[in-house]
Design a protein around this ligand. Structure first.
Ligand code: A3P
Length: 304
């Protein structure tokens, strides 16, 4: 089935999730061709859950010995997080078959696909997966604003009202949605096989970034040493990747490095927890809360 999604793009339903047709093609391509290596790191998120932040954090953690965190040669100061950590969907877009064998390890990739759609080679390897969850109310609000930044001259992206967008989002019809079903897949896997999937929450990153950076480093098999802790390496990474810092870098303010129609700056809006309060009506809040509660019920996954 085809429907228009929360950002008004035409989406196709495939095995319970909604994709743009070209994204579905590239998912098929990377499922078929991507050969995982044991040292690979896969960062999985719903769009607008904080993907950009997670990419920068994981890159900074894993490259902390090569790039001085605050040093001028740090790649994150001159390159967007989406270029530093590309999406599998983009690498395999338009049937490209890239040669990734010479990419230095650890190779880090982003993806928005649900766990069940990851390539078999990923599941069969010792790859580390990190999933980032965010309160769906904030995901929706972030998506709504993001959608409004997309060019208005493309007929398939004609603006819609927030009510229409919200209704579709609640039905789960959004890019790679429903986001709660995606989260549940990774949540279950993180319980069954914690050494494979680390499940993070945007709200917890905001609350105590140092603690979550330690969890990330441990999961990736590169825990911070006492020496590093004393040298405040964790604080440096947190500062480097903070919304305040990244959003003010020239590279993240200008240009269109990820999608030809989307400015880099669109990935940095407010970076807050609970901004839904500024946008959703009480009845929208009630509807989405009820919806999410039904979905997460009995799973053990809770909203922060
Ligand atoms: P808001 O629209 O609520 O501000 P994604 O990267 O998955 O597209 O998600 C974008 C959301 O993450 C936006 O949320 C954006 O502002 C926020 N974000 C981007 N970089 C961030 C950072 N370094 N720290 C916290 N939030 C960040």
């Amino acid at each position: 089935p085809k429907e228009r999604g929360a950002m008004n793009q035409p989406l196709n339903l495939y095995k319970g999730f909604w994709y743009r047709s070209h994204a579905l093609e590239s998912v098929m391509a990377f499922q078929r061709h991507f050969q995982a290596q044991d040292s690979d790191i896969i960062l999985a998120t719903a769009p607008k859950a904080g993907t950009t932040w997670l990419k920068s954090l994981v890159f900074a953690v894993t490259h902390r010995s090569q790039y001085r965190i605050t040093g001028q040669n740090n790649l994150l100061l001159t390159t967007t997080p989406h270029e530093v950590v590309p999406f599998l969907e983009e690498i395999y877009n338009h049937n490209k078959s890239p040669d990734l064998t010479s990419t230095p390890s650890p190779r880090i990739f982003g993806t928005h696909v649900p766990y069940t759609m990851l390539p078999e080679s990923v599941k069969a390897s010792k790859c580390k997966i990190i999933y980032l969850f965010r309160n769906p109310k904030d995901i929706f609000v972030s998506m709504w604003h993001f959608g409004r930044m997309l060019p208005k001259d493309i007929p398939s992206l004609q603006p819609i009202t927030i009510e229409e967008s919200f209704e579709r989002f609640c039905k789960g019809i959004s890019l790679f949605g429903p986001c709660w079903d995606q989260a549940l897949e990774y949540w279950k896997r993180s319980i069954e096989k914690p050494e494979e999937v680390l499940f993070l929450k945007y709200e917890e990153l905001k609350e105590d970034i140092n603690k979550q950076l330690k969890r990330i480093a441990e999961h990736l098999g590169c825990p911070f040493s006492y020496k590093e802790e004393n040298a405040e390496v964790i604080e440096d990474i947190a500062k480097l990747c903070s919304f305040q810092h990244l959003s003010n870098l020239e590279v993240n303010k200008t240009g269109k490095d990820l999608f030809p129609q989307v400015e880099n700056r669109a990935f940095f809006r407010k970076g807050l927890v609970g901004d839904w309060k500024s946008t959703l009506t009480p009845s929208m809040v009630e509807t989405l809360d009820w919806m999410v509660e039904q979905k997460l019920h009995d799973s053990g996954l809770t909203l922060n």
